[in-house]
Design a protein around this ligand. Structure first.
Ligand code: ZN
Length: 91
């Protein structure tokens, strides 16, 4: 079942969701991209492309991990498992 990070911004209170599988995918891509950089040392163009991909992934990850409203990275987080009934958020 899909799992989501539920995050609440501590600066403005905005709540947003990010798929666990999505973040894992981006992290996997980051790792394979750094391998490409090693493998293609003799090819500056490919190296540049791999570096670019890595940076894109990095910003994708930080985008998922910051408040979409105010940009703060200061948030509370919990995992939502959609195979279970919704729970109350403790206050
Ligand atoms: Zn915010």
């Amino acid at each position: 079942m899909p799992q989501e990070h539920q995050r609440q911004c501590q600066a403005c209170g905005k709540v947003w969701h990010s798929l666990v599988s999505r973040e894992k995918q981006v992290e996997r891509d980051n790792k394979s991209n750094s391998c490409n950089v090693c493998a293609q040392m003799c090819n500056p163009a490919a190296q540049l492309q791999a570096k670019h991909n890595a940076e894109t992934n990095q910003s994708e990850l930080s985008r998922l991990r910051q408040c979409p409203q105010c940009g703060s990275a200061n948030f509370n987080e919990r995992i939502i498992d959609h195979s279970k009934p919704p729970q109350q958020i403790p206050r």
